[in-house]
Structures are given as structure tokens and as C-alpha cells.
Design a protein around this ligand. Sequence first.
Ligand code: SF4
Length: 430
Amino acid sequence: MVALRHHAEQRFTCQQCGRCCRRGWDIAVTAAEVDAYRKAGASEWFTETERTTETTSDPFEPIAGHAGHFRIRKRADGACGFLSDDNRCRIHERLGGQRKPLTCRLFPFRFHPVEGKAVLSASFSCPTIVASAGEPVSAQLKSLGSLYNEWARAFPEPSGTIEVAAGRPISAKTAAMLREVLRAMLDRPDPGGVPDLRANVGRMAALLDDLTRHRVLKLDPERFAEYVELTGRYAAGSDRPTAARRPSAVGRMLSRGFLFAVLAAREQLRAPKKGLRLGLRARLAGLLAHTHGLGPGVADIRLRRGRGVSLALDDPEAHRLVHHYLRAAVEDLGTGRRPIVDELALAVALLNASLAFAVMRVGEHGARGLDGPAVAEALVETMDLAHAEVDGAYGRVLITLAGGLDALWSFASSSPVPARAADAADPPPA
Ligand code: SF4
């Protein structure tokens, strides 16, 4: 059985909230699954619209560019057509849990084959992954290993190469060393015994800034590995504080674009799947102006309401959630999907966008500081974007907008809300 590298602290037991069935993502199914469902009469349990029993001829449609793969057609509200009114999967009800599509049995996990092994990552679009609740993932490796074998047969993916920066491959051993020093930095306690996550992410940014200097990246693999170990261990153990650095002007501008990309993706998922969608276009135009400080808020997005809300992670639950998210981001590094620096920058840019949402939400309720429920809700909502295909145009745009290590410096300097966006003219809360 393949060795699954995983985040050992992650817990998960599905709470059957049905969120993943409602997000409007493509639910990929294989030709064999489609054949079996058609033979079992699946079209009779499939509904086109919410709260009706109206059936259609075929619940499946081919995925363009992926021969032999299909997706389940969605209801008008974007949910899976097999979701019942009482939040249950009709395939599960009729055929049993083991006959559900592999994609659904796998969620919220994902496999990344890399260098003869596989990395198991978990989606923070699932509230249970965000909360890290239930059985330890370490105790589920046998069943996940079986799922991996099924997945590798159904959706074969070439093994990825680990790079620290674009065009600079590193060995799995060097990547493991880098994860180890980044984790040591992230978990480093302050004098009160609690990690100061912002200061610690600043330390991580400084180390990665150093490692991605042209002169260092040119070192041969052995010397680069030595450099990572020596400088990384020294930086992780040093008491010297990192000089605070503000994100660059370009980084701040890109962060506004990134926040718009998050909001646009959210609107796309919420919009009706059919018709001209003129309302969607108008909302996107409004959000573009709002995130650049040029217009009022749109619908429930009014960034100015987060003004004056403290970004300190003093609330223990808010701190725990952000710490857990960052630990998972570090443990997942080296999937072969993107270079390590890009992967971490994207993860932190998504966190920054989440915190922009969270301060807006707590501000709406008149609170002055972040709390656990607001952070959890914002993380779940923002992380839908992490599903963007790496090689797709959108995935590449996201990496550019993430702004590289500026995303880490933004987090470290407690400024994840783009300043001009927070200044946008906006009516006061109702
Ligand atoms: S979102 Fe997570 S907890 Fe909810 S049904 Fe899906 S996998 Fe289960």
C-alpha cells in the first residue's frame, strides 16, 4: 500500500452537513460509475430543481477535455441533483455508501502523487476540517489507502516534482527538512507560552526570502540542502526578532485583486447556473470597484464594516483555528502541484482574505475583535477558491495575485484587509 504523507494532527469525521453537495463544484464520475447508476435507474432519483420530484432523462454529462469522465448535472440552485430535501444523498440511500461516487467518498481529502509516494491533503472548504473534529486522520490511513488505490486507477495523475521555487527542484528529503524548520518557526512560543502567529509567519517569510535569493537557488542540490538545514535550524532557534517588513506596494495592490478574485468566485458559485446572469455581471463590476476603494459595498460585502475591528488573534478559538490552518499549510508543502513558495503564498493569501471577511462579519455585529465562529465561517467560505485547477488559467492568475512572499508579510504585519478597500464609501450598518 502506498505511504500517505499526511498532517498528523488533523481530525475528521463527516458531520453530514451537506455543504460539499451544495457548493456547485463539478462532481466527477467515471464511465463505469455512470454505467452502473444508469442501470440502477438513477435518473428516477435525480431532480433538476430544488424541492421537486421532477425527473430528467440523464443526470450525467461528459466533462469536456476529459475523455471517459462525466459530471453529475446540478439543480438550478447549483446543488447536486441527487441531494434530497432532508440533506441526504439519494445514491447512498438507494445503493449504499460504498456505491457513492468515488469523488464524494474521498471528499474532503485529496491525493497528490509525488516521487513514488502520495501526499494526503484535506480541504478547508469542509467545516469539520477547519474545526479538526472527530477521529484522527492517522487512524483512518487503511481505508484512505484503499481509496487511494481506487482513485489512482480511476483518475491516474503523473507523479509531481517538488520545487522550492519555479524551476528549482529539491529532493523529498530537503523538502522534509524545510517543512520541519517552518513548523518549528510557526509553533515557536512567545514568552507567555503561546505562539505569536504573526511574528512567527514573519520569521518564515524572512527565511524563504533568503532561500529564494538567486545566489542561494543556484547552489547545487547538496549544498542547497545543507544551507536549508543550517540557516533554517539557526533561524528557528534564534531569539533575535525578525525586522518587521511591510508588504511592497505591488503586493498590496495584488492583494486587492486577490480579494476580488475570492469574492468573484463566491458570487459565481451562488449565481443561477442558467440564463444571461446580468445580475451577476453587475455584482462583479460593483465588487471590483468596492475592493479597489472606488465604490460602495455590494449585497452582504461591505468591507468598511471591518474598520476598527482588531486583527489580533487574542481569542483562543480564533488563534487555534488560524494555527491549525497554518500548520496544515506547512505540512502539505511539497505536493508537486506548485513550487513550495507559491503553495505557501497562496495558502496565506487565502487566510488573509478569510480574515478580511471575518473582521467585516464581526464588525457588522458591533464586536471589536475576531472570534472563533467568525474565523471558522470565513475560512470555510474562502477556501472554495483553493479548488481552482492548478494548471487552469484561473489557478495561474490566483498565484500571481497571491503576491508571493508579500502574502506572508501582509499576515505578519496584521494588514490583511487592503487599506483602500476598507476606505470605500459604504452606507452604515442597518
Ligand atoms: S462538508 Fe464536510 S462535514 Fe459536511 S458533508 Fe461534506 S465532508 Fe461531511
